[in-house]
Design a protein around this ligand. Structure first.
Ligand SMILES: [Zn+2]
Ligand SMILES: [Zn+2]
Length: 357
């Protein structure tokens, strides 16, 4: 396969309109019905199929042509180059495309996992949740209430009341119908979803009363999720099979984590920064102070002659990293100023002032 950008003669930054325009022009020029080269036309169509689909374009930009080649590990759907013209799903509607499952594709393209069925249904459920910075340090268990589609128990997901499922007569069970479409560029044979069966290839005579023949039904489900220690803001957790049930598979639940930081308690890479206030005398004389972390109370030694803003490093008390390693705790010491002074304190400070301190 050649570079789809090169085939359409456009730049890597071409926008949707430019892609459509380039394709339209080339399709008219090379259409076989108008004496064009069939191979060339096929190539143009393949290039357009990739670049007109945001997901596929993204995948191409990331992984190159190997992600699309026949027999490639990704098994990307949508191309049936060996079938000749009738196999193409020519889309001259130039619609906006389906953006609904861009999210799932980001995950899926990394895993190289893509279902081979040309299904655009997005079965993943995405939710967001906030946790405190303390919870991100220790890990936390959170409860969620999901409204998800699950397999109908009454019919076992078949959608049929009596188990009788017939093969659709219109498409002979394929779920697809081909028709000749007249377009400004000539007549195209197009493949569409069978309207009679909705693309399933099956006809259910007596529909299950519980799920109206869909085989799935909505259910409120409580779920408890362990959010691991060390998770950072913007990271997500994927729970396989906890998304919506579909015709052939069940999606995943993706939980995006937002960590609420505090001004005196925040994350810096894998280190935990804590700001603490200590009295003036400790800066000068040094000594031990107590620092309360979310998990323990630490006794920390402040060196003599410390300065405001100095950082005391406690190794291995920060956020969890991979392989059981942890970042450090960085304690920033600041001056604690008394709100009011007793007579005795005032006297002593006045003495200090006389000594030039
Ligand atoms: Zn049912
Ligand atoms: Zn059908």
């Amino acid at each position: 396969m050649n570079d789809p950008y090169e085939i359409l003669g456009i730049s890597k930054n071409a926008n949707e309109t430019e892609i459509k325009k380039a394709f339209r022009n080339l399709a008219i020029k090379h259409h076989p019905d108008r004496g064009g080269d069939a191979e060339k036309f096929k190539e143009i169509n393949e290039a357009y199929q990739i670049l007109s689909d945001p997901q596929k374009r993204k995948t191409y930009d990331q992984f190159g042509k190997s992600a699309f080649e026949q027999g490639g590990g990704n098994g990307f759907s949508g191309f049936n180059g060996s079938q000749g013209f009738s196999g193409f799903n020519m889309d001259f509607d130039f619609g906006d495309g389906d953006f609904s499952d861009i999210f799932s594709s980001i995950f899926e393209s990394f895993g190289g996992r893509r279902s081979s069925s040309r299904s655009s249904e997005n079965l993943d459920i995405t939710i967001k949740t906030e946790i405190s910075i303390e919870e991100s340090l220790t890990g936390v268990s959170k409860n969620f209430e999901l409204n998800r589609k699950v397999r109908c128990e009454k019919c076992g997901g078949t959608g049929s009341k009596d188990g009788r499922i017939d093969i659709c007569g219109s498409c002979r069970g394929t779920g697809q119908v081909s028709e000749n479409r007249r377009t400004p560029f000539g007549i195209f044979k197009t493949i569409g979803v069978c309207k009679n069966c909705g693309g399933t290839g099956k006809i259910i005579k007596n529909k299950c009363s519980e799920c109206s023949g869909t085989g799935v039904k909505r259910k409120i489900e409580k779920i408890s999720v362990n959010i691991p220690a060390g998770i950072s803001d913007g990271e997500g957790i994927r729970l396989k099979g906890k998304g919506d049930a579909g015709k052939t598979k069940t999606g995943d639940l993706i939980i995006y984590i937002s960590v609420l930081e505090r001004e005196d308690f925040f994350r810096k890479d894998d280190d935990l920064v804590m700001k603490v206030e200590i009295p003036y005398s400790k800066f000068l004389l040094g000594g031990k102070i107590k620092v309360e972390t979310p998990t323990e109370t630490l006794e920390v030694k402040v060196p003599e002659n410390s300065k405001v803003g100095d950082v005391l490093k406690i190794p291995g008390k920060g956020f969890e990293k991979n392989f059981g390693r942890r970042g450090d705790l960085l304690i920033q010491i600041n001056l604690k100023i008394a709100k009011s002074l007793s007579y005795e304190q005032k006297k002593l400070i006045e003495e200090l002032e006389k000594l030039g301190m």
